[in-house]
Every structure is written in structure tokens, then in C-alpha cells.
Write a protein that binds this ligand. Structure first.
Ligand code: PEP
Ligand code: MG
Length: 588
């Protein structure tokens, strides 16, 4: 084994040292492996078993979809079963295995090539879609053949570093996270959802690590440096020792922050800042409680769906889940965001048909209003749970709001749901706080008008940055352009804070910028008083707040807002804060 290094961008701090597990979602070139004549029938049987297992999985998904979402959704899966069972497709693969005496994976790859070429020659848009279906099914069979089932990881007896080309959040949440030492991903960006999960769990991660899968395929040991975004393959002993001591040093620094756990988050000149937690998975409540947060500022409820995908939770499942969550936090407020499905958070199994631009498509509140059945189920559950706790404990937050109309429709739906529940004999509170996320530029521009329609606002800088700068938050090719510190984004943030002040409406921030040590002083200076961050960042932000002076941050913000580029803003903040950060041991 010889040492090799591939580099991307560090997105979750820490060092991981361990055995790599490579996971590739895209079809990779198959290897042609000759099969001895006496083993050919065994190879055919392996292929048939893989097809049957894939069909079983598709049918389970179809049955769930039919039950929960209706015939329209289930038909996608039925089409997939037909493709997998197609006799001419199966015969073609088996013929190649037998005549060429080769492995099933190679034979399947050959047939796939022929099918795709045939579809392409026909040049028909409808057939273009069928081609995607065929690709989808064949990829599933290939993955079954390769034994790439992530569930196998649950049986691992030692922790591993995941090296993947792309790891959608729906897959990431199915991993046994306690066994994951680190993530090295070829795709993704600083605020893509898998990155957010890694940060929430304190798992070191790097994205944009091109060539990571190829390089890691034969490696026995890897080091993932989440600070520098580096993946080192088969390092020598000396290097491993160096990284080990770097890891320990970082962990000691983190442990040192434990002393701020019970201290108030107040600046040196007495300005109080509330610290809330963003959580994606229920287990994160432990960390939120451990770090003594003021409440949950964002529960991303779509993760409830992702775990069970494509099944949608029933009203009772929603109720049981939220009740348990709120019981653990009460009397602290819990802000539950309604499903933010669509975009990159969901495969097309719920939406029905693929979208060319899913991030600009049927996502968040748009999808909820377009398919109100599952939205109403969730609203009913939220109102029922709100009725079981003191007023104001449960708060409902709406994602991807682009203007006042969506909030008006949602409020009407909420009133209808409340009336129905009251008639059914449920305990229903007079008012469940209803808030909007501001993460679409139009909502930020209209913040004053929006503030009059809602009980609270939370700024989602992850999407606000993406939509303001037209930079895909999960695309490593434009990761350099993704800058929450861009004056265009900062102006919108400032507008929203001012609008909240003018209208007497609470404004918080739940985007990742709220956890960025460089941004926190600037945001405090802009007047932001509520920060919702991943639980691991709470002690860092609390420690930082306690060392700041509000007067100084106001001055800092005034100067920063006069600058004209993201680079100028970042350089200015770094210059002003570098010595201060070094003194309080903050790593930026
Ligand atoms: C955001 O966009 O800033 C946000 C908090 O929502 P999400 O990251 O879930 O899109
Ligand atoms: Mg968002």
C-alpha cells in the first residue's frame, strides 16, 4: 500500500482515522470477470436472486405508497417491477453470462448499454423518461449484486470512515451514525443536508473530495481531516501518530468548553442572546439538553419522513413523535418546521415525476399546499400536541415561504384544522404560534408585510444564500461562490431584523451562519438576539457571546455593512477578530 492524498473542502471539524467503506450511488464501470464453465449456472442463479430481491424491495415500496399516497404514486413502482421482470431483459443478461462465461454484473452492464443506446436513438421525450426508469432499476439490481446495502453497516463491529460519491440525506439518516468516524464525499457543499447532519453529530466531514472513491477502493486505512478537507490513504505510522495527537488536542479543546454549559449567554456589557438548537434526528435532543439550550429553534420534521421513506407518517405517528420530543424539552419552546420535502431532500417517490430544477420546484410549503392531504395530517398532529402543553410551547414554522399569500392560506388551513379538532373533542389551544422561515429573497424583501401576518420569523441563511446568489448549496463546483457573508445576503438579513423590530415580531436565525464564529459577532451587531444552531455548536457560540461586547459588535457591523464584496467582509472580520479568536481558542 502506498500513501495517497485527495483534497476537497473541510465542512465539519475533527480528525477521523479508520478503515474506509466506499459507497457509490452512480453506476460505476463493471469489471469483466471470467466465470469457469461449471460455475456459470451458479452465476445465473446469483443474478436471478438479485433481481428477485430488488423486485421484493420495489413491491414493498409500492404497497406502502399505495396505502399512504394513492394509486398515482404506486404506479411508478409498478412500472419498475415490469422492467425488472421483463423476460427479454432477463434473457439477454442470462445469455451473455452463459455464452461469454462472465460475471452477472458485467452482463447486466452490457445489456444496460444496449438499452440506453436504443432509447437514445429513438429521440423521444417520453422514452427519455423510460430510460431513466430502466437506469434506476438496473442500478438497484447492480447495487444488490454488489452487496452495497447500507444496512450491512449496522452489523459492523468497528467504526468506519464513509467515502462516497454522493450521500443524500435520506441515506445518511439510515446509517448507524454511532459507527461513523467521518465522511469524505465527492459531491456536496458546506450547507448540504448531509453536511449538516455530520456537523450536528460532531462527525468530521469533507466535501468535493474528487477521486475519493477510486482512491479509497483499495486502501486499508484512511485519515480524514475535517479542518483541511483532506483524505489521506494508507498513511505511514508517523503520520497516523501526528493526526492522532491533533485529534486529541481538538477533543480536549472541545471538552474544555464544557465549563460554559450552565453560564448565561450574555455579552460582557449585559446584552442577552438566546441559544436554541436545530435538530434533525430525535437523538440530538440529548446533546441539546446537555448544552442547556433555551429551546428547539428548528426541528426539521422531514427527517421523520426520510427514515420511513416512502411511507408517510400517520397522524398518530406524528402525535406520538412530537409529544415525546416536546415532553423532553418542556417548558422550553419547541419550533417544529412542517415538512420541507422536495428539492434535494426527497427522491421523486412522493412528488410523482422528476423535476428538471427541483430546488426551484415543488418544495417546502409549495408541495404542502399542492398536496394538502399530508400537510393537513401534520397540522392536525401539531395542534393536538400543542393542546397538551402550556401555551406557546409548540410553535409551527413554515419552510420556503416566498410571500404573504402562502402564510394566509396556511393560517386558514390551521384554523380549519383547529375547528375540526375542537368538534371532535380534542383540546385545542386558542393560538398556536405560527412562524415563517425567511429563506427566499422575495420574503426577505417583503419582511415588513410578512411580519404582520406571522407570530415569528426565522432566517434560513442556507437557502437564502443559495437563492440570493443563485448558487446551488450542494454543488461543490460552485462552493467557492456560496458566501453567506456576501453583502447581498447581509443586506437582506439586516432588512429582516429591522422589519421584526419595527413590527414587534421575534426574529431568529436557524441557518448555519448562526453557528459560524466569524458571522456571530456581525449578527449580534446587526441586532439579532436568537441563534438556533446545531447542538455541537452551542458551547462554541455561548463562549464567544460571553467574550463579546455588544457596543463593539455594533461598530463592527456598521463597518462591515459598508463593504462591497464577500471577500472584503470576511477579510475585515478576520482582521478585526483574529487576535480575539486566538485568545479564546476559536478555530475559524
Ligand atoms: C436554511 O435554509 O437555512 C434552513 C435552516 O433550512 P434547511 O437547511 O433545512 O434547508
Ligand atoms: Mg432551508
Amino acid at each position: 500500500m502506498s500513501r495517497l492524498e485527495v483534497t476537497g473542502t473541510g465542512v465539519s471539524p475533527g480528525i477521523a482515522i479508520g478503515e474506509p467503506v466506499v459507497y457509490e450511488t452512480r453506476p460505476v464501470a463493471a469489471l469483466r470477470i471470467p466465470v469457469p464453465p461449471e460455475k456459470v449456472e451458479e452465476e445465473v442463479a446469483t443474478f436471478r436472486a438479485a433481481v428477485e430481491e430488488t423486485v421484493r424491495r420495489i413491491e414493498t415500496n409500492a404497497a406502502r405508497a399505495r396505502e399512504e399516497m394513492g394509486e398515482e404514486y404506486a404506479s411508478i413502482f409498478d412500472a419498475h417491477t415490469l422492467i425488472a421482470r421483463d423476460p427479454s431483459f432477463l434473457e439477454s443478461v442470462e445469455r451473455i453470462i452463459r455464452t461469454e462465461q462472465v460475471n452477472a454484473e458485467w452482463a447486466l452492464d452490457q445489456v444496460l448499454g444496449e438499452l440506453v443506446a436504443r432509447f437514445e436513438n429513438l429521440g423521444d421525450l417520453y422514452l427519455e423518461d423510460r430510460k431513466l426508469d430502466v437506469l434506476d432499476v438496473v442500478t438497484q439490481i447492480l447495487q444488490t449484486l454488489r452487496g452495497q446495502d447500507l444496512r450491512r453497516l449496522e452489523g459492523l463491529d468497528h467504526p468506519v470512515v464513509i467515502v462516497a460519491d454522493d450521500l443524500p440525506p435520506s441515506l445518511a439518516v439510515q446509517l448507524p451514525l454511532e459507527k461513523i468516524l467521518g465522511f469524505a464525499l465527492e459531491m456536496g457543499g458546506p450547507t448540504s443536508h448531509t453536511t449538516i447532519i455530520a456537523r450536528s453529530f460532531g462527525i468530521p466531514a469533507a466535501v468535493g473530495v474528487h477521486g475519493a472513491c477510486e482512491a479509497a477502493r483499495t486502501a486499508r486505512l484512511v485519515v480524514l481531516d475535517g479542518f483541511e478537507g483532506k483524505l489521506v490513504l494508507d498513511p505511514d505510522e508517523v503520520e497516523v501518530k501526528e493526526y492522532e495527537s491533533h485529534r486529541l488536542e481538538y477533543e480536549e479543546r472541545q471538552a474544555h468548553l464544557a465549563h460554559v454549559r450552565t453560564l448565561p449567554s450574555v455579552t460582557r456589557d449585559g446584552h442577552r442572546v438566546e441559544l436554541l438548537a436545530n435538530i434533525d434526528l430525535p437523538i440530538e435532543v440529548n446533546a441539546a439538553l446537555e448544552w442547556n439550550v433555551d429551546g428547539i429553534g428548528l426541528y426539521r420534521s422531514e427527517f421523520l419522513y426520510m427514515k420511513a421513506s416512502p411511507k408517510l407518517p400517520s397522524e398518530e405517528e406524528h402525535v406520538a413523535f412530537y409529544r415525546e420530543l416536546v415532553e423532553r424539552m418542556v417548558p422550553r419552546p419547541v419550533t417544529i418546521r412542517t415538512f420541507d420535502l422536495g428539492g434535494k431532500k426527497l427522491a421523486r417517490d412522493v412528488i410523482g415525476s422528476p423535476e428538471a430544477n427541483p430546488v426551484l420546484g415543488l418544495r417546502g410549503i409549495r408541495l404542502c399546499l399542492a398536496k394538502p392531504d399530508f400537510f393537513v395530517t401534520q397540522l392536525r398532529a401539531l395542534v393536538r400536541v400543542a393542546g397538551q402543553f402550556p401555551a406557546g410551547t409548540v410553535r409551527i414554522m413554515i419552510p420556503l415561504v416566498s410571500g404573504v399569500e402562502e402564510m394566509r392560506i396556511t393560517r386558514r388551513l390551521l384554523e380549519d384544522v383547529s375547528r375540526e379538532l375542537r368538534e371532535e373533542g380534542h383540546e385545542v389551544p386558542a393560538n398556536v404560534p405560527l412562524g415563517a422561515m425567511v429563506e427566499v429573497p422575495s420574503a426577505a424583501v417583503l419582511a415588513r408585510q410578512l411580519a404582520r401576518e406571522v407570530d415569528f420569523i426565522s432566517i434560513g441563511t442556507n437557502d437564502l444564500t443559495q437563492y440570493t446568489l443563485a448558487v446551488d448549496r450542494a454543488n461543490e463546483l460552485v462552493a467557492d461562490l456560496y458566501r453567506p457573508s456576501h453583502p447581498g445576503v447581509l443586506r437582506l438579513v439586516q432588512e429582516v431584523i429591522r422589519a421584526g423590530d419595527a413590527e414587534g415580531v421575534e426574529v431568529s436565525m436557524c441557518g448555519e451562519a448562526a453557528a459560524d464564529p466569524l458571522m456571530v459577532p456581525l449578527l449580534i451587531g446587526l441586532g439579532l438576539r436568537k441563534f438556533s444552531t446545531n447542538p455541537q455548536a452551542i458551547p462554541v457560540v455561548r463562549n464567544l457571546v460571553r467574550h463579546l461586547s455588544y457596543r463593539e459588535t455594533s461598530n463592527l457591523a456598521r463597518q462591515a455593512m459598508a463593504l462591497t464584496t464577500a471577500r472584503e467582509v470576511e477579510e475585515y472580520l478576520l482582521e478585526r477578530l483574529a487576535i480575539f479568536f486566538a485568545k479564546i481558542k476559536i478555530h475559524v
